[in-house]
Design a protein around this ligand. Structure first.
Ligand SMILES: N[C@@H](CCC(=O)N[C@@H](CS)C(=O)NCC(=O)O)C(=O)O
Length: 212
């Protein structure tokens, strides 16, 4: 979803190959594209790439016209890299929660672990809130220079996190999230109800976004 959103914003021509989220990701053919059997994987100009952060950097360099990357020499490049890759920090806590609900039978779930992961997610939200509260003239997006692939990457990670935690108490983050997800490109990439990993039947979701 993260790379799909980026490709849509970049207006890059692409074909989407949807793979089942199962053992077929370990088939030799798929492993030749992504050696750890993970999605996303990108085939471009005859080469294969994996890791969403790296794919984001590669695509922004390959399709610079939309200005979603920050090339070497750009004042915002260090911050672009930091916030782009912070998406994976948020994601690691979402993955822990997904696995805990998906893999653990209810009686084996650990409230301690769930509380800890939710607290970590809220600490990540606090980091984003701090960034978005920095007093500069224009702080609508993560970078002073405006919307970028960092907003996409981190916004998608927050989208996943919001299946478990709420943005209550993080007003700037909530406003930023609403700003970036109101873009047409987001609507085009959000999984349809009943599709995707975060759906009823794949694994039980908490009744309401939890706060530790
Ligand atoms: N850090 C990697 C994570 C890739 C990853 O673990 N993808 C998960 C789905 S989000 C996956 O393919 N899991 C399949 C599996 O573990 O079998 C990235 O950002 O691309």
């Amino acid at each position: 979803m993260r790379v799909l959103w980026l490709l849509t914003e970049l207006d890059a021509p692409f074909e989407l190959a949807i793979h089942a989220f199962d053992a077929s990701l370990r088939d030799p053919q798929f492993l030749s594209c992504s050696p750890a059997g993970r999605v996303p994987a990108l085939e471009m100009d005859g080469d294969y790439y994996f890791e969403s952060g790296a794919i984001t950097e590669i695509l922004c360099e390959r399709f610079p016209q939309r200005g979603l990357g920050r090339p070497l020499g750009d004042l915002d490049r260090p911050d672009w890299l930091v916030w782009l890759h912070f998406a994976e920090t948020v994601t690691q806590h979402v993955v822990a929660l997904v696995l805990h609900y998906q893999v653990c039978p209810a009686e084996e779930r650990s409230q301690t672990l769930l509380d800890r992961e939710l607290a970590s997610l809220r600490q990540c939200f606090a980091a984003i809130e701090g960034r978005l509260s920095t007093p500069v003239e224009n702080r609508d997006y993560l970078l002073t220079s405006g919307f970028s692939a960092a907003d996409i990457a981190l916004g998608q990670a927050v989208w996943m996190a919001l299946h478990y935690a709420s943005l209550e108490g993080f007003p700037e983050t909530a406003a930023w999230y609403s700003r970036i997800t109101s873009r047409e490109s987001f609507a085009a990439c959000e999984p349809l109800p009943g599709r995707g990993l975060f759906q009823e039947g794949v694994f039980p979701l908490p009744a309401a976004p939890g706060t530790p």
